[in-house]
Design a protein around this ligand. Structure first.
Ligand code: HEM
Length: 449
C-alpha cells in the first residue's frame, strides 16, 4: 500500500443511502429473526420480495461507488462498512480472525444470550482453543465423520418412521411434521438416543434464541441459560456411544474450552440444516431432471453403509446458495486496515451480504437458477464468493457433518417416495428461483414409485 492509500478516504454513503441500507438490508433480516426465524415475517418477506430489494440496493451502491468497501453513516461512535467486491470478501474471510475478528459486536450481543463463550464470538487464545475443540469433535476435514455410519443409521430410522406417519396423514408432508423428525435426529446425533424425546431441551433453547433475536435490547434469561447448560453437561457426562457427546469425552479440553457452550451452537445450528433440507426437496420436486439424478444416487444408500452422496450434497449447497440461512456474515476490524481506495479505522463492523454475491446476475450466469453443477467442481476451483458456510479460517467447522446428515435424509426420503409440491405451482423451474422460499408453508404430496 502506498502513502497515498493511507491518506485517501474510503467512499462514504450519504445519510439517505445509509438509511436505505438500514431499511432494505438490516431491518428485514433482523425482523425475520437472526437466531430463530419468525415464520410470519418470513412469509411477508417472501411475498414482498424483500431479499431481492436488498441485493438491488447493494448493486446500485456498487455501480455508483465502485469496489469500496463502502462506509455507512450510522449514529453514535460505531463505524460500519459494506463489502461490495468479491476479492474484498475473500480477503476479509481469509484474514479472520486477525485483523477481521469473527467476534463482531452485534453478533456477540445476540449469541451471548445462550452461548457467551462460543468460538464464533471469542477472540485471541480463547477462540483458538474453542475452534480447535470444534474442529476435533466435528472432524471438520473428514468428508464423512468417523461416526458417519451410526449417524446414517439414526437418519434412516427417523425418516422411515416419518414416512410411516405420512401414510396415516393422507400421504402429505408439511414443515411442522418434518421438523419434529429433524429435531429428533439432531438430538440423537449430538447428545445420544436418550435425548431423542427431550423436546423440553429444544424448547428451552428456542426461548433463549428468541431472546437473542433482540440482542442487547433484551435483558437476558440467565437462569434459563444456566439450566440449559446444566442439562447439556448431564448429557456430556453420559457420553453415549455413537453421539457427538461421546466424541467430546475423547477430545482433550481445559478450563477455557467450555464444551457445553460449543454444543449449544451445534444444536442451534442444525436448525437451518433442516430448513435447507426441506427447501432442497422443493427444488427437486420442481426440477424433475435433477430429481432423477438424485434418485439414482439415493439408491446407493441401500448398497453402502455411508456413501458420500455428492450430487445430493451439491443440491443442498444450491439450496443454501439460493436461500442462505446465514445471509449476513459479519466481521469487526481489530486495527486500521488498508484498501486500494483508502484506510478503514479499527473497530469497523464489515458486512458481507451473502445473497449479494450468490445472486449477482451481472456475473453469474445461473444466479437465479437451480444449478447443482456449481458445486461439483473441486473445492477452491471457484473464486467467486459462494459462502453459505462462510469461508477462510472462520468457515463453519460443521459443514461436512451437515452435508452428511442432510444428504442422507434426502436420499432416504427420495429412495422410497416421489415428492410433489402442493400446490404444484409453489415453485416452478420455468421461472427464476424466488429471492426467498418460505420453508414454513411448503407442503408435499407423496406418491409411491
Ligand atoms: C445449514 C446448516 C449450517 C449453515 C448454513 C452454517 C453456516 C455457518 C456460517 C456461515 C458460519 C460462520 C458465521 C460467521 O462467520 O459469522 C458458521 C459458523 C459455525 N458453525 Fe455452522 N452452519 C450450519 C450448521 C452447523 C452445524 C450443524 C454445526 C455443528 C454441528 C455448526 C458449527 C458451527 C460453529 C462451531 C461455528 C463457529 C466457527 C468459528 O467461529 O470458528 N454449524 N456456520
Amino acid at each position: 500500500m502506498t502513502r497515498d492509500t493511507v491518506q485517501r478516504e474510503l467512499p462514504k454513503a450519504s445519510v439517505a443511502e445509509s438509511l436505505a441500507v438500514l431499511n432494505d438490508v438490516f431491518i428485514p433480516n433482523v425482523a425475520k429473526g437472526v437466531l430463530i426465524r419468525r415464520p410470519k415475517v418470513v412469509g411477508i418477506a417472501e411475498r414482498l420480495g424483500l431479499d431481492r430489494r436488498a441485493v438491488h440496493r447493494l448493486q446500485q451502491l456498487n455501480e455508483k461507488y465502485g469496489s469500496g468497501p463502502l462506509m455507512l453513516q450510522v449514529p453514535g461512535e460505531k463505524t460500519m462498512a459494506l463489502v461490495l467486491d468479491p476479492e474484498h470478501a475473500n480477503r476479509v474471510l481469509d484474514q479472520s480472525p486477525e485483523p477481521f475478528a469473527t467476534a463482531e459486536q452485534a453478533k456477540r450481543s445476540a449469541l451471548a444470550h445462550f452461548e457467551p463463550d462460543m468460538a464464533l464470538i471469542s477472540h485471541g487464545p480463547e477462540r483458538d482453543e474453542r475452534r480447535r475443540f470444534n474442529e476435533a469433535v466435528l472432524q471438520t476435514e473428514c468428508p464423512v465423520h468417523g461416526l458417519g455410519e451410526r449417524f446414517v443409521e439414526v437418519v434412516k430410522q427417523e425418516v422411515d418412521e416419518l414416512l410411516h406417519d405420512t401414510r396415516q396423514r393422507g400421504d402429505s408432508l408439511d414443515w411442522g411434521t418434518f421438523f419434529e423428525t429433524w429435531a429428533r435426529v439432531v438430538r440423537r446425533v449430538v447428545l445420544g438416543d436418550t435425548a431423542r424425546d427431550d423436546h423440553a431441551l429444544t424448547e428451552t433453547l428456542g426461548k433463549l434464541r428468541a431472546a437473542g433475536n433482540w440482542g442487547f435490547m433484551h435483558p437476558g434469561r440467565d437462569s434459563l441459560r444456566d439450566a440449559l447448560h446444566e442439562r447439556l453437561r448431564l448429557y456430556l457426562r453420559r457420553a453415549e456411544p455413537g453421539s457427538l457427546a461421546a466424541e467430546v469425552a475423547r477430545v482433550p479440553t481445559n478450563e477455557t474450552t467450555q464444551p457445553e457452550q460449543q454444543v449449544t451452537q451445534w444444536l442451534f445450528a442444525f436448525d437451518p440444516a433442516g430448513m435447507a433440507t426441506f427447501r432442497t426437496l422443493a427444488l427437486l420436486a420442481a426440477h424433475p431432471e435433477h430429481a432423477r439424478l438424485a434418485q439414482e444416487e439415493a439408491a446407493s444408500l441401500e448398497q453402502q453403509p455411508r456413501p458420500e452422496l455428492s450430487y445430493l450434497r451439491a443440491c443442498v449447497l444450491e439450496s443454501l446458495r439460493l436461500w442462505p440461512t446465514t445471509p449476513m456474515v459479519l466481521r469487526q476490524s481489530t486495527e486500521t486496515t488498508l484498501w486500494e481506495n483508502g484506510a478503514m479505522p479499527a473497530d469497523t463492523s464489515l458486512l458481507i451480504l451473502a445473497p449479494y454475491f450468490h445472486r449477482d446476475d451481472r456475473y453469474l450466469a445461473s444466479a437465479n437458477r437451480f444449478d447443482p453443477d456449481l458445486w461439483l467442481q473441486p473445492e477452491g476451483a471457484v473464486e467467486w464468493p459462494l459462502i453459505p458456510f462462510s469461508g477462510g479460517p472462520g468457515i463453519c467447522p460443521g459443514r461436512r457433518l451437515v452435508l452428511l446428515v442432510t444428504s442422507t435424509a434426502l436420499a432416504r426420503l427420495l429412495a422410497q417416495r416421489e415428492f410433489r409440491l402442493d400446490p404444484p405451482t409453489r415453485l416452478l423451474s420455468s421461472k427464476p428461483m424466488p429471492p426467498l422460499l418460505n420453508n414454513y408453508d411448503l407442503k408435499f404430496k407423496l406418491d409411491a414409485y
